[in-house]
Design a protein. Sequence first.
Length: 673
Amino acid sequence: MSHGHVSLRAGRGNLPILWAVTAALLTISWAAGCASQPAPPPGVSPTGSLGGLEAKFIDVNGVETRYYEAGDGEPMVLVHGEGWSGHSSANTWVKNIPGLAKRFHVFAPDKLASGMTGNPLDDKDFNIQGEVEHMYQFIQTLKLGRVHLIGQSRGGGLAFFLSVAHPEVVKTLVIVDSGTASPRVGETDRQKVLASCPSEPDCEEWQCRLRAISFKPDEAFDDLFFQTGCYMAGLPKAQETLKKVAGGAGEPLRSQFNDWKTQVHERVMEEGTLQMPVLLYWGKNDPSAMLKNGLALYDVIAARNPNLRLFVSNHAGHFHYREYPEEWNQNVINFIDHWNQQPSAPAPATANAPAGGQAISKTGSVGGFEAKFVNVKGVRTRYYEAGDGEPMVLVHGEGFSGHSSANTWVKNLPGLAKRFRVFAVDKLAAGMTGNPPSDKDLNTQGEAEHIYQFIQTMNLGQVHLVGQSRGGAGVFVLAVTHPEVVKTLIIVNSGPAAPVVGETNRQKVLATCPKEPDCVEWECRLKVLSYKPDVAFDDLYFKTGCYMAGLPKAQATLRKMAAGGGEPLRSQFNEWKKQAHERVKAEGILQMPVLLYWGGNDPNSPPGYPRANEGLALMDVIGEKNPKVRMIIANHAGHFHYREYPEEWNRNVINFLDYWNPRPVAAGVTPPR
């Protein structure tokens, strides 16, 4: 059936008569093959098709290969998980294919010796290398060129190893919950959760296994999915597969797989084999390929690939792409769309244009914006305002100083203002915002209350609340004490918001900075905490910060702090924070959608494995009772990654908010949830 790839490319310019003839040949061939097959049970398709899709068949180097095809656009290949069995097939993707097909030409094949795809011609190919070569030949047979490659579980391993062996055919790579691709980092919970599953009969064991490693099994799977899988597992080809595997087919590589995988990981880390954009997409509650596996794989790829991102979804198991198909599709499309807009060869980072003779604004304004002032409960408060739409409030980091201000957000304001009415506020006693009437409020709780009162003064109602670093602690406190005003919460690289998980690299990297003069020390501090300092900051930014730090109000702030302002709460903040974390875990105070966005190379985070461990610890706290928690970790990104990658950061924030807070839709249409 080597002719099959011609007839199966409808809509790609084939002649109608050629289509008709080859389609007829395929039908005759399939009908002849079916004559010896057991009849499917009522309601089950003879081709094992589900979801309103119809499976096709094509010859791939002598192996009849079953696959789904849908949509138009750039080619995307979806690779399913599980091992060699009739159960495991491309049927796992039928919830995702319709949505993905709106943007891509989607192909979802049954892997070698899986589903209704044939067994290899040579028994030695019953291993991961045989699967990789078959998938590569599938791409070649259909003449797809470079593809967006996505693999889940064991299929994630296949996609990873194919990308190492044939990087020229992979445009972007998405790996989903794949212990097969990941280094071995200790035991998983898999055996524990599978202990209650029967060893036989085969079909009951398979159904129990899939349910046990799901977080929402009744949403992920239905009876027809299982009935169809059991039908395919009972076919003669699938029974032959089991016999061959039991008889030692694919050895010795099957037994030596972990040693071989370690060698591949070493190549990736040393040679930088993978340079395409890579997204690791993990369910936090997956007992099979646990999050620690994803974090270890992140470190392998991150060693040489700057274009790596990790997305973690709370209340999500091994099959979260089926548990949350609309969200999963949207995030994958968003990732690919971003990288499709980038140059094929990333240009070297260039510094911002020097300030030159630019004058410093009397209001400390930068970036083409003009700061405004408003009285908030007796405190003159400086802020930027831009855009229209639902209100968003951005809260900057650093402590009580004239240096730290809403100026840190000016690279993000233009993009965010296209969708939201954005307010970026100088915190209490920071930038050009005044000191509090009472010195006792010079602490995080005082900062949080000031932002709350700003929201009330401006009559904003519910807001999308974003805070970075120390500002992340402020928005966390605000959301705990006034959850009614927070529609969504985004916390960015905030050790102050997170549990204490060990010493950070902060003091070590800051040791190179002078202790005085004040402005030189501040400039050095921001640069060493960045991954791309020359991209993140320019001369005018620093000169403006130094100007504000020299104003009488800022000098008064320093004196008040030195005299004990904000005590005793300032010194007791970590103890107060621990109690707040315990309340959040026990009472589920925070129920709004929450995004934690971390730079994977932030020296403010404790060193070692895993990366972004403060953010992950905070995810544990909020995620205990809140299913709507997500986390993004960006490689080659520091403490100020929202300034290092402003377009990408804005895009991901807007994508998160658009999913949880969709724009109005046509009457009678229910937004996905």
